[in-house]
Design a protein around this ligand. Structure first.
Ligand code: 1CP
Length: 347
């Protein structure tokens, strides 16, 4: 890939296929409970969903980690489960337990009619951020990939193995397909709106890719993500798109070619050099430091970072974790991580 004028933002340069001596860095869930200022704003909002739907407060928590650490990117503060709620499914968060939805078995009770009205506050957060972020910081919008989102819609909660969704897909393929189709259409509208509001990069989170293999992986993980990316391109949205099929048991070269992503997120189990050999020189990779090593810090953190930097070796790569940062992470370890990446030995 080449371009006549290189983007000013480091993350966007890398997403055009350029390697950088010091890779750009951001962390999944970089706004979150490990930061005292996040906990304070969440308290002020009243609840997690109130925080997501308040453009002013969601903007504030998105900016907090950028202010504190100077990350190269910020990710919109929202959640992958806002789409089911926008489609008409009940969603709430049980304190200390996570999301709950009233389980569904088909798309009969869902409607696309109000989706973009419901999600308008999220697009307003994006618009505010595109004005308030520092000029070197890239704004990332996101959505969940349909299989992952549907797994919560069918089970009504997070599950270790996504058995309820796998079971529905096996029992009543047409019913499950109707939920996936609804999600594909709504996600294209939603990501298009985020891009038009100012999101410069889009990421699709497929957190539960590991529960499907073979034809089922093709049908429920590959085809819907390919359809979303194609749909966005057909509408003229040219923002780079990062797909993150966490722990997928598939050939990554084939996955990238089939979905048409510009970047690929790697979970903690991935071997960067082996994936690079599979996907070729142009695909941008992202990840994959173990969030638990960031919790422990010390010499182990230094070794793990040096190891990743050695494997990146002049290829287009975005430094990140292999999954979201956990609430137990000491904020000082994040400062240390950034100093080590950027070679600032005084930190
Ligand atoms: O404050 C709190 O207690 C809520 C914790 C929290 C946060 C900070 C949740 C609940 N969601 C979020 C924000 C969030 N979620 C972001 C914001 C941007 C950032 O990264 O800083 C993003 C991108 C997500 C995406 C998300 N939500 C995913 C995909 C990534 C992943 O972690 O695998 C998933 C699976 C969810 C669902 C969800 N939302 C929240 C929780 C605890 C969960 C997981 C529930 C489960 O599986 O049991």
């Amino acid at each position: 890939m080449s371009s006549t004028s290189l983007p000013k933002k480091k993350l966007l340069r890398v997403l055009q296929g350029h390697s950088e001596a010091v890779p750009p860095i951001w962390l999944m869930r970089q706004a979150g409970r490990y930061l005292p200022e996040y906990r304070a704003t969440r308290e002020q909002a009243g609840g997690f969903l109130d925080l997501c739907y308040s453009p002013e407060l969601a903007e504030e928590v998105t900016l907090q980690p950028v202010r504190r650490y100077g990350f190269d990117a910020s990710i919109l503060f929202a959640d992958i489960l806002l789409i089911p709620q926008a489609l008409g499914q009940d969603l709430w968060f049980e304190t200390g337990e996570g999301p709950r939805l009233t389980p569904i078995e088909n798309a009969d009770s869902l409607s696309r009619a109000g989706v973009m009205i419901h999600l308008a506050p999220i697009c307003e957060t994006v618009a505010r951020l595109s004005k308030s972020l520092p000029e070197e910081t890239t704004l990332i919008g996101f959505a969940g990939a349909p299989w992952t989102v549907a797994s919560y819609m069918v089970a009504g909660r997070g599950t270790p193995d996504q058995a309820p969704a796998r079971d529905l897909a096996a029992r009543d393929l047409a019913a499950f397909q109707s939920i996936i189709d609804m999600l594909v259409a709504a996600t294209i509208d939603y990501l298009e709106a985020q891009a038009l509001a100012g999101a410069e990069v889009l990421q699709l989170f497929e957190s539960w890719a590991a529960s499907l293999e073979g034809d089922e992986f093709e049908r429920w993980c590959v085809a819907p993500v390919a359809a979303i990316i194609q749909g966005l391109r057909a509408r003229g949205i040219d923002a780079p798109i990062i797909a993150f099929p966490r722990a997928a048991k598939t050939h990554m070269g084939a996955y990238c070619a089939a979905v048409g992503c510009d970047g690929l997120g790697l979970d903690t189990s991935a071997d960067i050099a082996a994936v690079r050999a599979e996907v070729g020189d142009d695909m941008v990779l992202q990840g994959n430091l173990d969030p638990q090593i960031l919790v422990r810090g010390g010499a182990e953190l230094e070794t793990a970072i040096a190891d990743i930097l050695a494997q990146i070796d002049n290829t287009p790569h975005i430094f990140n974790l292999g999954h979201g940062i956990v609430p137990q992470t000491p904020p000082a370890h994040v400062s240390r991580l950034i100093a080590l990446i950027r070679g600032d030995e005084t930190a």
